[in-house]
Ligand binder design. Structure first.
Ligand SMILES: Cc1cc2nc3c(=O)[nH]c(=O)nc-3n(C[C@H](O)[C@H](O)[C@H](O)COP(=O)(O)OP(=O)(O)OC[C@H]3O[C@@H](n4cnc5c(N)ncnc54)[C@H](O)[C@@H]3O)c2cc1C
Length: 407
């Protein structure tokens, strides 16, 4: 019998398992993947996202992987260009973009170091339920065909991403769903020497930043209506959009750059919240909440939630607070803390900014003080409310199948 079983061992699951084990709890962490394993992600970790592993004592490990610090950001909207760095918070002023093969393996190692029991290549097929309460998992190694073993715990936590088995089995309700507006294609180039750049123009976005092994990730985002046309010739359309939006980068790709990997592409998952807990279970990371990756804060969200949920589960397990009340606090904090950034991601994900937002970007390009706040907000250090008045963000349009803005 474990105190907690965590399903999914990436940005949400491994830190959560580590934090619970560090508080003295007996934790089982399972994932159907074996690590190191890549996953679809452009893996930009803004400064606030680096602050979290620093607090856990893991930033040095990340730096030792050779992942280059990113100290300057350039964001452009049509003709407005905003360039600069951010004031350090607790000595941290750099962002990083570690490959997920590197970051997720490092987080898993930290969980192992904390005493977490880990099973990899271990798909969970079912949640064990008794009297309406989750009491464990059923799963097994691929070799044994799955469904081989049952394990029990006081709480089962789904950190198993957008297609969460735990959420589906426990019927975790969706709310505030906003259909994805765009898609992404990206790959990795050697021979470039760039810090962070994100440029929006004519309904497209180009993002690029350096990562491990001397490579630079370059990504193209477009509205979903263009996906079929784009897929017809991915290399040609990719370079065509880069040339139209970011001609200097297109020249670098053509003259100095060498593409080292195939293109990775995907329609973004919809934006959603899901009920974050129920009797004997909870969700963390993308399993319970996902917003358009355009603002590159999904990993920061996962880290923040891991911290919040670890504290809540610890209060429940140690008897400081009834578990249900502790988990309800977690969900309330999650939703309150992400409400403004959710609206922003849904708005920016449309790749066509409303006039109020465009005006703010022009102001940030022209005023050093506004620029500093803007870059601090992109870094995750300045609360959105400080930069955006709520009126500047359009309300999310809920999906017709999920019309209610609240659960
Ligand atoms: C194209 C794209 C680009 C992105 N770019 C960025 C970016 O630049 N910056 C950023 O911060 N965020 C980005 N994101 C978002 C970010 O990748 C996610 O927010 C983050 O990965 C969520 O982490 P997680 O641990 O919650 O879930 P995941 O990373 O999805 O991990 C879930 C884990 O659960 C395991 N699992 C699932 N089901 C089972 C099961 N039944 N049994 C056992 N194991 C299971 C999976 O194998 C997986 O390892 C991007 C997302 C996409 C799609």
């Amino acid at each position: 019998m474990y105190d907690a079983i965590v399903v999914g061992a990436r940005c949400a699951g491994s830190p959560l398992a580590m934090l619970l084990a560090r508080r003295g709890h007996r934790v089982l962490l399972v994932d159907r993947a074996t690590f190191p394993a890549d996953t679809l992600s452009t893996h930009y970790l803004p400064q606030a996202g680096a602050h979290q592993p620093a607090g856990w004592g893991l930033l040095d490990r990340l730096v030792r992987t050779g992942c280059p610090p990113i100290t300057e950001m350039t964001l452009s909207w049509e003709d407005s260009v905003i360039t600069g760095g951010v004031d350090p918070v607790d000595g941290i002023s750099a962002a990083y973009a570690p490959r997920r093969t590197v970051l997720d393996a490092m987080l898993l190692d930290a969980a192992l170091d904390a005493g977490v029991e880990v099973r990899l290549g271990y798909p969970v097929t079912d949640v064990l339920v008794a009297d309406g309460r989750a009491v464990g998992i059923r799963g097994g190694t691929r070799r044994s065909g799955g469904a081989a073993a049952e394990d029990r715990a006081a709480i089962v936590i789904g950190a198993d991403g957008p297609r969460s088995t735990i959420a589906a089995t426990m019927n975790a309700a969706f709310y505030n769903v906003v259909p994805a507006a765009s898609f992404i294609y990206y790959s990795y180039w050697s021979g470039l020497d760039r810090q962070h750049s994100a440029r929006f123009r004519n309904g497209a976005q180009i993002g690029c930043w350096p990562t491990n092994d001397g490579l630079t990730v370059v990504a193209v985002m477009r509205r979903r209506e263009r996906l079929a046309e784009f897929r017809a010739d991915v290399p040609g359309n990719f370079l065509g959009v880069v040339r139209a939006v970011f001609p200097e980068l297109a020249d670098e790709l053509a003259t100095r750059g060498r593409r080292e990997e195939r293109f990775h592409g995907s329609l973004y998952p919809d934006n959603y919240y899901r009920a974050g807990h129920g009797p004997g279970w909870a969700l963390v990371g993308d399993a319970g909440y996902h917003r358009d990756p355009v603002t590159a804060q999904g990993m920061l969200d996962a880290f923040t939630q891991a911290d919040l949920l670890a504290a809540a589960v610890d209060r429940g397990l140690s008897g400081q607070q009834p578990m249900n009340a502790a988990l309800a606090d977690f969900q309330r904090h999650r939703d309150e803390a992400t409400a403004a950034s959710y609206r922003l991601a849904c708005t920016v994900g449309e790749l066509a900014f409303p006039p109020e937002l465009a005006a703010l970007l022009v102001a940030a390009a022209n005023s050093p003080e506004t620029r500093k706040k803007f870059l601090g907000m992109v870094a995750g250090f300045v609360p959105l409310a400080e930069f955006f008045a709520p009126a500047h963000l359009t309300e999310p349009k809920c999906s017709p199948t999920n019309p209610d803005p609240e659960p």
